[in-house]
Ligand binder design. Structure first.
Ligand code: BDR
Ligand code: CA
Length: 316
């Protein structure tokens, strides 16, 4: 069982990632921490508590975190997530409380109070909280287990600019801190997540599971199907919206769903043109590599995993 903190900005695909993690007995969820990203921090924190409540997992604490990136003004992605951040899901005031103290403190406390290398963190939004935690506690990077992130773009370019993917672009300075910290990062950028597409048949498979969590997850997938089709434009009618944030969670549960390669990842923080670009260098000695970059994904396998976990949760 892998102990895990999920740092996120729900966010429709963050929501699916959370539903998957909440349903996976392979993961011991120590906390969910939230950051301003897709929508402002007050909403991502509320949304994480809404998802927790729908999943029936109020045993997992939620901590609110950074409202804004380290140096940049906050940027949103409301067009892809809806103004409230959960697509067509009607937000409500959740009953479960917010944990004490900012997310960065919670991350430090949880990691430093447990054995070295035992706690993984999945960062599914801008990396502000983890960067702040690393600044607060210099030994954090060496204490952390795997750091799995959704972020970055290499082969086909970015989704905000020609060079940059949203999570890195939104807070490149935080991403540079994390990639430069010496911790072991496994990065799931657009090269991998664009292979994992929610086609009609895959959405229907989740929709047909009889649980509130599955219905909520499917609703966010339907929303993405609609807006991505409109905004991005698809080569075929059933191309499918990419399912980004569940990828690192799926990897923690079943690593053989992805092919990853050792590399060094650096982030552009200065240039106006290429801000947030991830320079992924494979030409290094694998023995010294601190990072891995996901190059391929078994898309059907990822969806089968989500279906299997959500189904199993209904039998508990
Ligand atoms: C990433 O950006 C956000 O909009 C998504 O939630 C995902 O984490 C994809 O670029
Ligand atoms: Ca996200």
């Amino acid at each position: 069982i892998q102990s895990l903190i999920i740092d996120c900005d729900p966010g429709v695909d963050d929501a699916v990632a959370l539903f998957l993690a909440f349903a996976a007995p392979e993961l011991e969820l120590l906390a969910v921490t939230t950051v301003g990203g897709n929508v402002p921090g007050a909403k991502t924190q509320r949304n994480a508590r809404i998802i927790r409540q729908i999943a029936g997992r109020e045993d997992v604490p939620v901590f609110g975190g950074a409202e804004r990136p380290l140096k940049r003004p906050p940027a949103g992605a409301g067009a892809f997530h809806g103004v409230e951040g959960l697509g067509d899901l009607e937000p409500f005031e959740p009953t479960g409380i917010v944990g004490d103290g900012p997310a960065a403190n919670a991350i430090v406390d949880l990691v430093m109070s447990r054995p070295e290398g035992s706690v993984a963190i999945a960062v599914l939004g801008p990396m502000t909280n983890l960067a702040l935690a690393m600044r607060r506690e210099r030994r954090l990077a060496e204490r952390l287990g795997p750091v799995v992130v959704m972020g970055g773009a290499r082969s086909e370019g970015g989704n905000v600019t020609a060079s940059a993917e949203f999570n890195i672009w939104a807070d490149p300075d935080a991403a540079a801190v994390v990639f430069g910290s010496g911790c072991q990062v496994v990065a799931f950028g657009l090269d991998a997540t664009h292979q994992v597409r929610a086609t009609e048949a895959r959405i229907v498979a989740i929709e047909s599971i009889d649980s509130e969590a599955a219905r909520a997850a499917a609703s966010t997938l339907r929303f993405s199907q609609r807006v991505e089709r409109e905004i991005v434009g698809w080569p075929t009618f059933d191309w499918g919206a990419p399912l980004h944030d569940p990828c690192p969670i799926a990897w923690l549960i079943k690593p053989d769903l992805f092919e990853t390669k050792p590399c060094r990842i650096e982030v552009e923080t200065g240039s106006d043109l290429t801000r947030g670009h991830t320079a992924v260098e494979f030409r290094i000695d694998p023995a010294t590599a601190r990072h891995r970059w996901a190059v391929a994904a078994d898309a059907q396998g990822v969806f089968d995993l989500i279906v299997a976990k959500l189904k199993a949760q209904t039998l508990e």
